[in-house]
Design a binder for this molecule. Structure first.
Ligand code: UDP
Length: 388
């Protein structure tokens, strides 16, 4: 009898420990009310914002899947199928990549950036954390004036001294408040060592793996703008005679027209700016994605989207792309501007196993892995803020 009582007692104790452990897990695993502020350069879904548009939508998806709530604030005309979106009117901000080296801040009259942050100030009491996706001075400057912690997603490499300087000041006051995609991107900033390196994730289920495309053809995906270097891909297409399908928003029409004049024999097919569902369908039918940026690419969303479809990436050795593409395993890395290197890589594409591309994507860039990282980052920011 005594033995039975002792056994029952030890079971009760074990159960108690289990319950208290579970309670602790629940307590540390808090669900946050998150307010996302989109890029002020264009409407969400327009393509003007480049990769940051997909990044924001995917971050919302990843965090909602983990039980957090998200409201998006974005310029008027924006679309989101992920969660509630509050549209704010006002004039768009000029894209930072057209302001390289600028040492002053420019805001238009009735600025949408200003209006979005006025809205954020009004509603901040309803949220645990604000997540900023603007590459701008103003949100960084506002960080200590808000009553909730602000996490900043800096989606491009260092471009202007005035933003670089404000990033340094912000991380001095609020350590861990700023994240970038890759080490290579962090290294371009003065405060690079203090930035969080968060990587990226996409919704793998949205992309279909294609074991073998129907015919040999090349793809190029991105904003058609000089820093993205489309001319080099066009030259490689002209030399190889392979068709090059081009997907993305034409941001600089004269630049695009010049490329067509410079490479008259290249088989260039402009396919427009497609929604992810159509883009992945077309991208999957490519022998390779060419990524030919003429700037330090902070990440390169298009590369991981190609991997998701099983498409190898032939890329310049530029910024974050050097951390994504595994040379001779999931693509080829070529020196920036080396068009003959691109052509050489195209001739060796049969050495790449398309399944390895998809597998790298699943292992390193899934929404689950990324959501976990974002959640841990927010937990640190919120608990540091509350401990102040
Ligand atoms: N994109 C798209 N439809 C298109 C072409 C591009 O949705 O037809 C998106 C693509 O999914 C990617 C972004 O445009 O998310 C380009 O981002 P990337 O990081 O490659 O370059 P960025 O424009 O940010 O410099």
């Amino acid at each position: 009898m005594a033995a039975l009582r002792a056994a029952t007692l030890s079971w009760v104790l074990a159960l108690d420990i289990l319950i208290s452990q579970a309670t602790n897990i629940t307590m540390s695993n808090q669900k946050y009310r998150l307010l996302f502020l989109s890029t002020p350069v264009g409407a969400l879904g327009s393509g003007v914002g480049g990769g940051v548009e997909l990044t924001l939508q995917n971050a919302a998806k990843a965090l909602i899947a983990r039980g957090h709530s998200v409201e998006i604030v974005a310029p008027a005309g924006s679309i989101s199928h992920v969660t509630k979106l509050t549209a704010i009117a006002g004039n768009m901000q000029i894209s930072a990549q057209t302001q390289v080296g600028a040492d002053m801040v420019v805001l238009p009259q009735n600025s949408v950036l200003e209006n979005m942050w006025s809205y954020a100030r009004e509603v901040q009491g309803q949220f645990d954390l604000i997540f900023n996706f603007a590459y701008d001075w103003l949100p960084l400057y506002l960080t200590p004036f808000f009553q909730v912690p602000i996490a900043h997603w800096i989606s491009m490499s260092s471009l202007s001294p005035v933003i670089d300087g404000m990033i340094s000041k912000t991380v001095q006051q609020s350590p861990k408040a700023i994240a970038v995609n890759t080490r290579a991107c962090a290294d371009t900033f003065t405060a690079g060592e203090q930035l969080m390196i968060m990587g990226k994730g996409i919704d793998v289920s949205q992309y279909q793996f294609v074991a073998k495309p129907d015919r040999p053809q090349l793809a190029w995906v991105g904003r058609i703008s000089p820093e993205k270097g489309l001319e080099d891909a066009a030259e490689a297409a002209q030399c190889t005679g392979l068709p090059l399908h081009i997907f993305g928003l034409i941001q600089d029409l004269s630049y695009w027209q010049q490329i067509q004049l410079d490479f008259p024999k290249a088989k260039l097919y402009y396919e427009g700016f497609l929604a992810t569902e159509q883009l992945q369908e077309r991208l999957g039918q490519s022998s390779a994605l060419l990524m030919t940026p003429r700037w330090i690419e902070a990440f390169g969303n298009a590369a991981i989207e190609a991997f998701a479809c099983g498409v190898p990436v032939i890329s310049y050795r530029s910024g974050g792309l050097t951390e994504i593409v595994r040379d001779r395993q999931t693509g080829f890395l070529v020196d920036m501007g080396d068009v003959s290197g691109l052509i050489d890589a195209i001739s060796q594409l049969d050495q790449i196993d398309r399944l390895a591309c998809r597998q790298q994507l699943e292992a390193e860039y899934s929404l689950e892995v990324w959501g976990d990282r974002l959640e841990r980052w927010f937990e640190q920011l919120v608990s540091d803020y509350r401990a102040k």
